[in-house]
Design a protein around this ligand. Structure first.
Ligand code: HEC
Length: 172
């Protein structure tokens, strides 16, 4: 029986050594990674999956409404609210990027792109103002953003008018 126990001890020792060197290797792993194998250059392809309506209902509208609520509140905004609101403005700005992937197929393409970029620009500006916790300028920026939402809706005859302080209503 003795040789077996001896052998067993050796196996445990070897296992322990292997584990130690493995964990040492893992710790050093990042800088020891070899250069990646490069693939042939290719052009990534953007692909629109959601309907525009879904982006409006799921991204533009809820973030817009929440911002409006924050900025029209009577009391001062706390730190977390400023940070959260900035994030919401940035999500609207990013929605502008998503809209760029969904131009109408007719001749309105360039106008669509311009309207989407205008919205992205205004939402980015609003995010900067919120980042600076500047209430007055944030309110002005929100109203500029509202104009950009409506400019696109007007151009493409979408009967939805965005207004602070009101639920979006079809235009009369
Ligand atoms: C580049 C153009 C464009 C911009 C900018 C734009 N929208 Fe829209 N919006 C659309 C289109 C197109 C529709 C109609 C979608 C449909 O019904 O297929 C729409 C529809 C809507 C609707 C109605 C959705 C429904 O349930 O039918 C709301 C609400 C809305 N937008 C909110 C906003 C808000 C808020 C902003 C600004 C933060 C904004 N939109 C900016 C193009 C735009």
């Amino acid at each position: 029986m003795k040789p077996v126990r001896w052998l067993y001890g050796l196996v445990v020792l070897a296992g322990g050594l292997a584990a130690t060197s493995l964990s040492a290797q893992l710790r050093r792993a990042p800088e020891r990674l070899p250069a990646p194998v490069l693939e042939a250059p290719f052009t990534p392809k953007f692909e629109a999956l959601a309907e525009t309506k879904l982006l409006m209902e799921g991204l533009a509208q809820p973030n817009y409404r929440a911002l409006e609520k924050h900025l029209q509140g009577k009391g001062p905004m706390d730190v977390d609210t400023w940070i959260f609101a900035r994030g919401q403005a940035l999500l609207i700005a990013e929605t502008g990027n998503l809209l760029l992937l969904r131009p109408p197929r007719n001749e309105g393409r360039d106008t669509w792109m311009r309207r989407a970029m205008d919205m992205r620009q205004s939402a980015g500006e609003l995010a900067r103002r919120l980042g600076n916790r500047d209430l007055a300028r944030s309110r002005t920026a929100l109203s500029a953003l509202t104009d950009k939402c409506n400019a696109c809706h007007r151009t493409f005859r979408i009967p939805v008018r965005i207004r602070p302080g009101a639920d979006s209503e079809p235009e009369p």
